[in-house]
Design a protein around this ligand. Structure first.
Ligand SMILES: O=C(O)[C@H](O)[C@@H](O)[C@H](O)[C@H](O)COP(=O)(O)O
Length: 225
């Protein structure tokens, strides 16, 4: 386990400094590579980071953005993570980024898997991955108790899997642990005392109980009250 825990004075500072860090890691990669990839979480926490990142001057047309997971709802649904990205990240400077939408419009996420595996191939290894985490210690859609959790944590997992879990309101699609873990730069964004406590607890648990534990090999955690 190799975790670097960074504590910020407040959420605003966290968003500004973290966005700057993510952009500089992408920029550094683009100095010696034609393309970079950025994997981001959905949920309620990352919007301020996205706002700051979207205004950053970067060769966005050489960056491919992908979500770590998507809820299986159409792109205008209030729970769609793509909708969140279009509103807060894929605009201003970052409007030039290439975006791979995990929601394909197929009736179920299972049907989308073969096509997505092929489309996602160029994004690996992910240059910069930002993760979120729930109080139940899930990350992306790797939920404790999920139907395909063991398969999604396995070292030979495919890049994406369909997930159904009690803690998730709808079927999901998720990048799997080995593909997230393999990111060149791996970050976790959490706020508030409950998530800090959950993260600390997860360090002592098995990934099947606390899936975030599977991603703690080379992880920088960004936290503010
Ligand atoms: O689609 C999702 O729900 C996610 O990508 C998920 O992994 C999220 O990052 C955590 O659930 C934290 O969510 P909050 O930021 O809303 O607490």
């Amino acid at each position: 386990m190799n975790v670097d825990f960074v504590e910020y004075p407040d959420r605003e500072m966290l968003a500004l400094i973290l966005a700057d860090k993510l952009a500089s890691q992408l920029g550094q990669h683009l100095r010696t590579n034609q393309q970079a990839s950025l994997c981001v979480p959905g949920g309620t926490t990352p919007a301020p980071v996205f706002e700051s990142l979207s205004a950053t001057d970067l060769d966005w047309d050489r960056v491919t953005v992908v979500l770590g997971d998507e809820r299986w709802v159409h792109g205008e649904h209030p729970r769609s993570n793509s909708r969140l990205l279009r509103r807060h990240l894929l605009k201003d400077e970052a409007a030039a980024a290439n975006y791979i939408d995990l929601y394909t419009g197929d009736a179920t996420p299972d049907e989308a898997l073969p096509g997505l595996c092929a489309r996602l191939e160029p994004v690996f290894p992910i240059t910069v991955a930002l993760l979120g985490m729930g109080n139940d210690m899930h990350t992306a859609s790797l939920f404790p108790g999920a139907d395909h959790l063991a398969a999604a944590l396995a070292p030979d997992a495919p890049p994406v899997l369909a997930i159904r879990a009690e803690g998730a309101d709808e079927p999901r699609i998720t990048l799997t642990a080995p593909y997230l873990r393999n990111a060149i730069n791996l970050h976790l964004l959490i706020t508030g005392p409950e998530k800090r406590e959950a993260f600390e607890r997860a360090q002592k648990l098995d990934p099947l109980e606390a899936p975030i534990r599977a991603l703690m090999d080379n992880l920088t955690v960004h936290w503010a009250e």
